[in-house]
Design a protein around this ligand. Structure first.
Ligand code: LLP
Length: 410
């Protein structure tokens, strides 16, 4: 999005504000779909990446379903028009009321509840039996790839032995035995999610290989409709990203074929790759601070709006959004929050940076992870299509926070 448009977009809502390009998001889903060719597939958008209804609806209109991790995300996806059977539900600790919602959504329950442990099977069976319904389930396995081979930040690597996610391959026979004692559950698929922000296809393929090899074994005794290779397609945050979403899909399709699984559909669960590059966090420079040769630029937006730098040491590109840079003098860009980790790193903003800044590639895990820490209002959101603002959500205000904190008064 060009700077003029960004400045225009935040005019009515002020800053901090996330600005999203809905057309680019739509085009990304189309490109991903095209990569499947005629192969039977399903794109389950990982709603956790960005749950704004405008975005979920844009993605759903292109035929995608959803991967959700809570009853709330499930309810939201349904409210955005995604059919229940197009939704899969992951999560290591789903509450009974969340399971009930999944089992009873639509006419026939959701597409699949993704079982994350042997222990969970009896719990889902009990809820389905209680409701007198059959529930479709998929076994989310832990592919057991070495952490090192997942080549991503440890906090977002999930497909290794130490992670709490999924049924370890060594436990799959125990899970199948538990399923055979669960008359209200129907096994429809096998799932794996190795981690997030992969910049090459290698870790994705490593996880998919473990999944597909297991599917071959399971097919000897059970029927399956699909294999789900999860999300994790990376984006370019400035250091490059070798693989495109289509590359991940093609690599997984090739492996699936090599494992003789042509009869099964391929599911994928991308979050970041569909939205990350198409959202910008716009903030305003409150002031500069110069102490001898140290130079800070202080913003009205910080780690409460975009946690990724504080949480994963992530670096997002930052530019002035409403004026030209004069020179390339570097400034330490920091937020207003009282934490040293409220720091976006060093950026070349020129001689006298003022006005608006654009923090790029903030469309995924930005607003969805924002908090009201330090009594800060949640940021605004602006949705752009064909160069125009078509919808906007105002910023929370300080009074809303004060009211919330006073709410439990005697
Ligand atoms: N499926 C499952 C089961 C997941 O756990 C995740 C992400 C996804 C799909 C989507 O992954 P993606 O395609 O977006 O990589 N907050 C972190 C990322 C956490 C990802 C958690 N799980 C960040 O800002 O980098």
């Amino acid at each position: 999005m060009n700077p003029i448009l960004l400045a225009e977009a935040v005019k009515s809502v002020g800053t901090p504000a996330y600005v999203y390009d809905l057309d680019a998001i739509r085009d990304g889903v189309r490109a991903l779909k095209a990569a499947f060719g005629t192969e039977r597939h399903h794109i389950a958008y990982a709603v956790k990446a960005n749950s704004a209804a405008e975005i979920v609806r844009t993605i759903a209109r292109e035929g995608a379903g959803a991967d959700v991790v809570s009853g709330a995300e499930l309810g939201l996806s349904l409210a955005c028009g995604i059919a229940a059977e197009r939704i899969v539900y992951s999560g290591v600790a789903k509450r009974d009321d969340e399971l009930d919602r999944a089992i009873s959504s639509g006419t026939d329950g959701i597409g699949a509840i993704q079982v994350e442990s042997v222990e969970e099977i009896a719990r889902i069976e009990a809820r389905a039996a209680f409701m007198g319904w059959k529930a479709r389930v998929s076994l989310r396995i832990n592919p057991g790839v070495e952490l090192e081979d997942l080549s991503t930040h440890a906090h977002i690597a999930t497909g290794h032995d130490e992670a709490k996610f999924g049924v370890p391959i060594t436990d799959v026979s125990r899970a199948l035995a538990a399923l055979s004692r669960a008359p209200h559950l129907v096994l429809v698929g096998l799932t794996a999610h190795g981690g997030s922000q992969f910049t090459t296809t290698a870790p994705y393929v490593a996880s998919a290989k473990a999944l597909f090899a297991l599917a071959r074994e399971v097919l000897k005794t059970h029927k399956l409709d699909y294999v789900d290779a999860g999300g994790g397609f990376g984006i370019d945050y400035g250091d490059g990203c070798e693989a495109t979403p289509a590359d991940f899909v093609r690599a997984a399709l090739e492996e699936k074929k090599a494992h003789g699984l042509d009869a099964l559909a391929l599911y994928v669960e991308p979050g970041r790759a569909l939205v990350g590059s198409h959202g910008v966090l716009v903030g305003r420079i409150i002031q500069q601070k110069v102490v001898s040769d140290r130079r800070w630029v202080m913003l009205d937006t910080g780690m409460n709006d975009l946690m990724r730098p504080a949480l994963y040491g992530a670096k997002h590109r930052i530019e002035l959004a409403d004026r030209a840079h004069q020179g390339d003098r570097a400034w330490r860009v920091v937020g207003p929050v009282c934490e040293s980790s409220d720091d976006f790193g060093e950026h070349a903003l020129g001689e006298n940076p003022e006005g608006l800044v654009a923090i790029r590639d903030a469309g995924a895990y930005g607003y969805s992870m924002a908090s009201r820490y330090n009594g800060r209002a949640l940021p605004a959101e602006v949705f752009v299509s064909e160069g125009k603002v078509i919808a906007a959500r105002a910023r929370d205000d300080d009074e809303a926070w004060i009211k919330d904190r006073l709410a439990a008064g005697r």
